[in-house]
Design a protein around this ligand. Structure first.
Ligand code: MOS
Length: 745
C-alpha cells in the first residue's frame, strides 16, 4: 500500500496555488464575469430603529442603465432557514427585505440593478426612503443587563469558595466590537439556467451555503450550486450566507441575466457581522501559595434585535485550570445593531483575554511569577467533563519552551524595572487553547491516464493553504510528486466537505483523502490483476504493491513495475477513482472519552517611551501544541498572522457606533485601525508537533485561530509591567497610558 520514498507531510511546502495568486489568474468570486451581466448595489437604512414609511424608487428607475429596483414591496417570497439544522446555518434569522421594520443602521432596504456598477451606484443614491423612527438602544456598555444567565459549566461551590479564599481577584474585562476586515470584499454572482442557479460566492462553506440558499430561495437543493475557487480570507465573516446573496439571486432570475453584487468596505461594517462586544466578570480565589480555589466567569455579549448570538466566552475556561469550584455563565444583550458573527477564535479569544488577564492579576496579587502560577494550576485531566484525560495536552511544555526562547528567567518583576536602549520594557504572558474536532466529510481521489492524480472535495481554501496540504497528503499516500497532483475544491457539486471554520479543515479532510487514496490504489491493484497485457495478470492482489506511482510485485523493486498511467492505458480507461470518508471524532472510539483541544503559550514584550507616551509591541514568542503539523511553513504563517491580529486586538481594533444614528463612525480601512507591518516585531513561532492519537492517521488538530488566543492578555500584562497601568478594556489606548507614573526610562 502507498508507502512513500520521500515524505511530504510535515515538510515546509510553498503554496501550490501561489503562482495563480501572484499572477492574478486565481479567480475570486467578484472576478467572475458573464455575458450580459448586470451589477447590483444595495441601499442601506439611514436610521437604527423604526419603520420604512415610504420607499420611492421612481427617480432611480428612470436613471441611465437601471434595470430593476428590489425592495420589500416586490422581492417576492424568500424563506428563513429551519432552526436547529446544523447543515443549514444562516447568518441572520430574518430574510432580505422580509418586513418594513428597521432594526439597525445599514440594514438593506433596497437593491438597485443596472447595466454597470457606476449606474447602479448612482441610482442607489437616488432611492428615496422615508422613515418613521422609534427609539433605538445603542448604549455601548452592557452593564444594565439584569436578565437571566445561562450556566455553561459548573462544579463545586464557586461562590462559597471565593468568599472563603484568602487571595482574590474580582474584575471586569471588556472587549469592543471588532469588524472582520479580510482584504476580499463579500461578493456574489448569480447565474441562472432555467430553474437552476449557480452562485459564485465568497463563502467559507460551499456545502452549507448551497443548502441555506436552497431553503431561502425555495428551491430543491439539487438546483443550487455554489462555487468558491479562492477566498481572500474571511475570519469567520464569510462562514454563512448574508442577505445580499439572495438579493442577487432574485434579481438575476427576474432579469434573466447574471447579476453581481459586491458589499463595499463601508457596508462590511454594518451588514456582514462583527465580533460582538463582551463584558466579562472574572472572580478568582486562591490560597496564599497560589493554588486556585474558585473561578467564576460571567460574560455578556451584544447581539442584534432578532438574532440571539452567543459569543461563548466560556469556551476554554472550564478545562484550562485545575480548580475544584467553578462556574461559567453567559447572556446576550440586545442593541439596535446588525447580527454578530464568529470572528477568528470566537469565544475562546475574548474569553481567554479575560481569564488570562485575571490570572496575571492574581499572580501580581500573590507576588508570584505568572508562569509559576500557570504551572502550579495546570490541569492534567478535563475537570469539566468527568475528569476524562486529554487526548494530547502539552501546555506545560509550551510554557517551558516559550519561557526559554523568550528569556523569561531574566524578568525582574517591578513595574518599570526593566529597560533597554532608553526604553522601558514590559513582559507578559498568557495561555492559549482552541477546540479540535474532526468533522464528517468525503473526498474522492482519481488516478488519470495522463499521469495526473486528482483529489476532489467540496471544501474551500480560505487562504490558509488548503490546496497545498491536500496535495501533500495525496503525494504522501501515493508517492506521486506534488506537481502531478490537481486539487479540485470550492464547488458544492463535489463530495461533501467541511466549512473553513474552527481551524478544522486540515484535521477533518486529510483522513477522507487518505481513505480515498487507499481505495483508489486498491482498485488499481485489482485492475493490474485483471487487465490483458498487464505484467500482473492473474496475480493475487495481495502480491501487488504500489509505490511512487508505480504498480509492482510486492517483493520487487518499484522500478521493475509499471506506471499507473500505463496500466490505465492498457485497460483503455481514462481514470480510476474512489471515494473516502472521514469518521467524525464523536464516532471514533479513539476520540471518545478523551478531551480534545489545542494549547499554546504567548510571550510578549512591549517597549514604553514615557517621554513621548509611545508603546510598541517589540517581541512575540508563541509556542503552539496543535498536534502534528502538516505544512510547517503554512502553519507558521497562520500563527504569525494570528499574532498580528492579536496586536490589533490588544492595541488598535474597535468599531465605534455613532450614538445618534448607529452608523459605525470608523467604518473604513482608513479609520478602523488594524496592525500592519510597521506595528509589528518579528514573531517567533514554534510548534511542539506531537501527533494527536485521537486525530486519526495524521494526528493533526489544525492551526490558525489558536495563535490569536492569549495574545491580548499577554500584551496588557506587559503594558502593566512597563507602565503600571492596568487596562481592562481593549484596546489599550494612549489615554490609558497617560496615567502611567513611570515617567522616564
Ligand atoms: Mo472561523 S471564526 O471559525 O472562520
Amino acid at each position: 500500500m502507498g508507502t512513500t520514498m520521500n515524505s511530504v507531510v510535515g515538510v515546509s511546502t510553498p503554496r501550490i496555488d501561489g503562482p495563480l495568486k501572484t499572477t492574478g489568474s486565481a479567480q475570486y468570486a467578484a472576478d467572475f464575469h458573464f455575458e450580459r451581466m448586470a451589477h447590483a448595489v444595495a441601499v442601506g437604512a439611514a436610521i437604527p430603529s423604526g419603520r420604512i414609511r415610504s420607499l420611492d424608487a421612481s427617480t432611480a428607475q428612470r436613471m441611465p442603465g437601471v434595470l430593476l429596483v428590489l425592495h420589500h414591496g416586490n422581492i417576492g417570497p424568500l424563506y428563513r432557514t429551519a432552526p436547529g439544522d446544523d447543515n443549514a446555518t444562516n447568518s441572520e434569522v430574518r430574510s432580505a427585505f422580509e418586513d418594513e421594520t428597521v432594526r439597525h443602521w445599514g440594514q438593506h432596504v433596497a437593491v438597485v440593478i443596472a447595466e454597470t456598477l457606476e449606474q447602479a451606484t448612482a441610482a442607489a443614491g437616488a432611492v428615496k426612503v422615508e422613515y418613521e423612527s422609534t427609539p433605538a438602544n445603542l448604549r455601548t456598555s452592557l452593564d444594565d443587563y439584569s436578565g437571566p444567565r445561562k450556566s455553561v459549566s459548573k462544579r463545586g461551590d464557586p461562590d462559597k469558595a471565593f468568599t472563603d479564599a484568602p487571595v482574590k481577584i474580582d474584575a471586569t474585562y471588556i472587549t469592543p466590537v471588532e469588524t472582520h476586515n479580510p482584504i476580499e470584499l463579500h461578493a456574489s454572482v448569480a447565474v441562472w439556467e432555467g430553474d437552476r442557479v449557480t452562485l459564485y460566492e465568497t463563502t467559507q462553506g460551499v456545502v452549507n451555503h448551497r443548502v441555506v440558499m436552497a431553503q431561502v430561495l425555495g428551491l430543491p437543493v439539487e438546483n443550487v450550486r455554489v462555487v468558491t475557487r479562492f477566498l481572500g480570507s474571511g475570519f469567520g465573516g464569510k462562514l454563512f450566507p448574508w442577505p445580499h446573496t439572495a438579493m442577487a439571486a432574485v434579481a438575476a432570475r427576474r432579469l434573466g441575466r447574471p447579476v453581481k453584487i459586491s458589499v463595499n468596505r463601508r457596508m462590511m461594517f454594518s451588514s456582514v457581522g462583527y465580533r460582538p462586544r463582551t463584558e466579562q466578570h472574572i472572580k478568582l480565589g486562591a490560597t496564599k501559595e497560589g493554588k486556585l480555589l474558585a473561578l467564576r466567569h460571567d460574560y455578556l455579549n451584544v447581539t442584534s434585535q432578532l438574532d440571539d448570538f452567543d459569543e461563548g466566552c466560556g469556551e476554554a475556561t472550564p478545562y484550562l485550570y485545575s480548580v475544584a469550584n467553578l462556574e461559567v455563565t453567559g447572556a446576550t444583550v440586545k442593541r439596535h445593531v446588525g447580527a454578530p458573527m464568529w470572528m477568528r477564535g470566537p469565544g475562546a479569544v475574548p474569553g481567554l483575554y479575560a481569564l488570562e488577564s485575571g490570572m496575571n492579576e492574581l499572580a501580581d496579587e500573590l507576588n508570584m511569577d505568572p508562569l509559576q502560577l500557570r504551572l502550579l494550576n495546570d490541569a492534567v485531566k478535563d475537570e469539566s467533563n468527568k475528569n476524562i484525560p486529554f487526548s494530547s495536552r502539552h501546555l506545560r511544555e509550551c510554557y517551558e519552551v516559550g519561557a526559554k526562547k523568550f528569556g523569561w528567567e531574566k524578568r525582574s518583576a517591578g513595574i518599570g524595572s526593566m529597560q533597554r536602549d532608553g526604553k522601558v520594557l514590559g513582559w507578559g504572558l498568557a495561555g492559549a487553547s482552541w477546540v479540535a474536532t474532526r468533522l464528517p466529510c468525503s473526498a474522492s481521489v482519481e488516478f488519470c491516464a495522463n499521469g495526473r492524480l486528482c483529489v476532489r472535495s467540496a471544501t474551500q481554501d480560505i487562504g490558509t493553504g488548503t490546496y497545498t496540504v491536500f496535495a501533500q497528503t495525496l503525494s504522501e499516500k501515493t508517492g506521486v510528486p506534488l506537481e502531478s497532483i490537481d486539487v479540485i475544491i470550492g464547488d458544492s457539486a463535489l463530495p461533501d466537505g467541511p466549512m473553513s471554520g474552527g481551524s478544522m479543515v486540515t484535521g477533518s479532510v486529510l483522513e477522507a483523502i487518505a481513505n480515498a487514496a487507499n481505495n483508489a490504489i486498491a482498485r488499481l491493484q485489482k485492475l493490474a490483476a485483471g487487465t490483458e497485457g498487464s505484467p500482473y495478470l492473474d496475480a493475487k492482489v495481495e502480491e501487488i504493491a504500489f509505490t511512487g506511482g508505480r504498480i509492482h510485485g510486492k517483493s520487487q523493486d518499484p522500478a521493475s513495475g509499471i506506471a499507473f498511467a500505463d496500466l490505465l492505458k492498457m485497460a483503455r480507461l481514462n481514470g480510476v477513482s474512489a471515494d473516502g470518508k472521514t469518521v467524525p471524532t464523536w464516532e471514533d472510539p479513539k476520540a471518545k472519552g478523551v478531551s480534545l483541544h489545542s494549547f499554546g503559550a504567548q510571550f510578549v514584550e512591549v517597549e514604553w517611551e514615557p517621554e513621548i507616551a509611545r508603546l510598541r509591541v517589540s517581541r512575540i514568542v508563541t509556542v503552539i501544541d496543535a498536534g502534528r503539523i502538516i505544512n510547517p511553513r503554512a502553519a507558521a504563517n497562520q500563527i504569525a498572522g494570528a499574532a498580528v491580529m492579536g496586536v490589533g486586538m490588544g492595541t488598535l481594533e474597535g468599531t465605534i457606533y455613532d450614538q445618534r444614528t448607529g452608523q459605525p463612525i470608523n467604518g473604513s480601512m482608513a479609520d478602523y485601525l488594524m496592525a500592519t507591518c510597521a506595528d509589528l516585531p518579528d514573531i517567533d513561532v514554534t510548534f511542539l508537533d506531537y501527533p494527536d492519537p485521537a486525530m486519526g492517521e495524521f494526528g493533526a488538530r489544525g492551526v490558525g485561530e489558536i495563535g490569536l488566543a492569549g495574545v491580548a492578555a499577554a500584551i496588557t500584562a506587559a503594558v502593566h509591567h512597563a507602565t503600571g497601568v492596568r487596562v481592562r478594556e481593549l484596546p489599550v489606548r494612549i489615554e490609558h497610558l497617560l496615567e502611567s507614573k513611570v515617567l522616564e526610562a
